[in-house]
Design a protein around this ligand. Structure first.
Ligand code: GRF
Length: 203
């Protein structure tokens, strides 16, 4: 399977996927990285790994629709089987999401359905949560609301700040994303009508 990654920032999740894809038995290939930020460090990580890159800068477009159409054209050119959002900080239009239904996954730094949107670590701290974590989900029309594929938990310590919590969560993300991408490439995970199917069974 052909994997295309979209990122906006430092790309530590991209790096985890690149590292995993180098394992001899990894079932997929990272064929391209797309970025909306021309200065994203993720671009350097991809170049280093000889992964093709493209930039579609949202600032060059007058509307979300036009940006998404341009992004979609780039993606279609690469004919991916899976599109992995790894810190891609743009909300995608309904048309875009529908076009790639069942092929589009995202990682979100909270235990969904808790804390969709931004500032998840601070919000978990403010709520006094004892556990926090990351979720990988299929992307559907609902922001951060598509069916969850897998989650990783971390314990919240009394001395944790948003920064220390972010570090703990990211460490888990780097373990979890490669596992989920591997499962997808092995054909073990599918988006059913509303649920995730794992080995053909609803989870
Ligand atoms: C991750 O924490 C992810 O959950 C969120 O954005 C961050 C991306 O980090 N959506 P990186 O660019 O992979 O380092």
């Amino acid at each position: 399977p052909r994997i295309l990654v979209l990122a906006s920032g430092s790309g530590t999740n991209l790096q985890a996927l690149i590292d995993a894809s180098r394992e001899r038995d990894f079932p997929g290939q990272i064929i391209a990285l797309g970025c909306n930020q021309p200065k994203a460090f993720a671009l350097e990580r991809a170049a280093q790994a000889h992964v093709e890159t493209f930039v579609v800068n949202h600032k060059d477009f007058g509307s979300r629709e036009e940006f998404d159409a341009a992004l979609m054209a780039h993606i279609l050119r690469h004919n991916p089987d899976l599109i992995v959002l790894a810190g891609f900080m743009r909300i995608l239009t309904t048309d875009f999401v529908r076009a790639f239904r069942g092929k589009l996954v995202n990682i979100h730094p909270s235990l969904l359905p808790l804390y969709t949107g931004l500032n998840t670590h601070q919000r978990a701290l403010d709520a006094g949560d004892r556990t926090h974590g990351a979720s990988i989900h299929f992307v559907t029309e609902e922001l951060d609301g598509g069916p969850v594929i897998a989650q990783a938990e971390v314990a919240v310590a009394p001395e944790d700040t948003a920064e220390t919590l972010a570090e703990k969560v990211q460490e888990k993300e780097h373990l979890l994303y490669p596992i989920v991408v591997r499962w997808f490439c092995e054909g073990r995970i599918q988006l059913g009508r509303e649920h995730v199917l794992f080995d053909g069974e609803a989870v």
